[in-house]
Design a binder for this molecule. Structure first.
Ligand SMILES: [Zn+2]
Length: 384
């Protein structure tokens, strides 16, 4: 996700759009510029979004989805297209938004006992067919919004399919709502990369659970269906092998590191929230693989418990804090010194982080208790 107009959190990483501006043809360039412009405005409002307060309509206990159609306009939510319990419409975007919201709800409810994003039965609202040629999807603090990608362009010019096409993207965006209502991780530097990573983790788990895949069988890709065959790439991110999702003359190369030694301290993308998220993403992958079986059962439970426990994770949590917190949670869930707790330690060690608050792989950008402390201190002053 990138930060979009009015502080919304978006699916398409800005580094991808910048590459299209540089390398695309005229229509591709214009489109990417438009999306990028709206992505980079109103940065300050993102902070407001991340910190609330939030108003939303609770629908009472249970699953309640409402999917709307913006009819290519910008008004939200648009006209009702499919309310909870209604039959499939035959409109792919509407039905995918409906089904994907349901799969996300069921992961949270059936596996972790949480009733919707806010824990209080919040209605899951989605708007589809937002604008024309809109290459993004976003969570605006109270609902999901999906563009149709490049589906209006000639096939050989398309980079992106409609944004409802990947279940993990739907789960990713909704998980931003979960984070918003729980740890509230600030969308900047390491806490922002953790925010992004939480969304990739739960987005991938929604998909893996739907496909009934073990950690070993899963592809661990984010947005595998999103890129068209015109792009030399398999997805927008890979949790299994960060930095390898795509390498394309127009879109550029996947910039994600998978280890602290390759941490990228950058002054764009809110300090690289879509870039350095590769590090905690890969830690989660290593842990899930080490534990075996279904990733949502043990690794996912540890992550969920950490994210939703205010004593374990908060707005300012850094990578080392996440490592320590997940290790502690694994100890309380499965026993001190348990195989599960050892797996968590091993996974974080695999990306250059220690569960005792140190990192051993270098990496700047505001390490938690060690490393460069200047950036986070400055930012804390700015945003408090
Ligand atoms: Zn995101």
């Amino acid at each position: 996700m990138s930060v979009c107009k009015h502080g919304n959190l978006c699916a398409t990483p800005p580094h991808m759009l910048r590459q299209i501006v540089q390398n695309g043809n005229t229509s591709q360039r214009e489109r990417a510029e438009k999306t990028l412009d709206s992505s980079e405005q109103f940065r300050g409002k993102r902070v407001a979004l991340a910190e609330g307060p939030f108003t939303h309509a609770a629908s009472g206990a249970g699953l309640h989805r409402s999917v709307y159609n913006a009819n290519n306009g910008s008004s939200l939510p648009g006209s009702m297209a499919r309310d909870e319990g209604a039959a499939a419409t035959g409109d792919n975007a509407v039905d995918e938004a409906y089904d994907g919201s349901g799969e996300t709800y069921r992961l949270l409810k059936d596996e972790y006992g949480r009733d919707s994003l806010d824990g209080n039965g919040m209605k899951l609202k989605s708007t589809t067919h937002y604008q024309t040629g809109y290459d993004n999807a976003f969570w605006n603090g109270s609902q999901m919004v999906y563009g149709d990608g490049d589906e209006d362009l000639p096939e050989d010019e398309r980079f992106f399919n409609r944004f409802t096409i990947s279940l993990d993207i739907i789960g990713h965006e909704l998980a931003h709502g979960l984070t918003q209502f729980t740890a509230g991780l600030r969308y900047v530097d390491q806490s922002g990369a953790l925010n992004e990573s939480m969304s990739d983790v739960f987005g991938s788990l929604v998909k893996q659970r739907k496909l009934n895949q073990t950690a070993a069988d899963a592809d661990w890709l984010i947005g595998a269906e999103l890129l068209t065959s015109n792009v030399n790439g398999s997805a927008i991110r890979s949790m299994k092998a960060p930095g390898t999702a795509y390498d394309d003359p127009v879109i550029g190369k996947d910039p994600q590191p998978g280890h602290m030694r390759d941490y990228k301290d950058v002054d764009y993308d809110n300090g690289g929230v879509h870039i350095n998220s590769g590090i905690p993403n890969h830690a989660f992958y290593l842990i899930a693989l080490e534990l075996g079986g279904n990733a949502w059962e043990k690794a996912g439970k540890i992550w969920f418990q950490t994210l939703t426990d205010a004593s374990k994770m908060n707005r300012r949590s850094q990578f080392t804090d996440a490592a320590k917190a997940t290790w502690e949670v694994a100890g309380s869930l499965f026993g001190t010194g348990s195989l599960e707790q050892q797996a968590v330690k091993k996974g974080w060690n695999g990306v250059g982080l220690e569960v005792d608050g140190n990192d051993n792989g270098g990496g700047g950008g505001g390490g938690g208790n060690t490393g460069c402390l200047v950036a986070p201190l400055v930012l804390t002053r700015m945003f408090t």
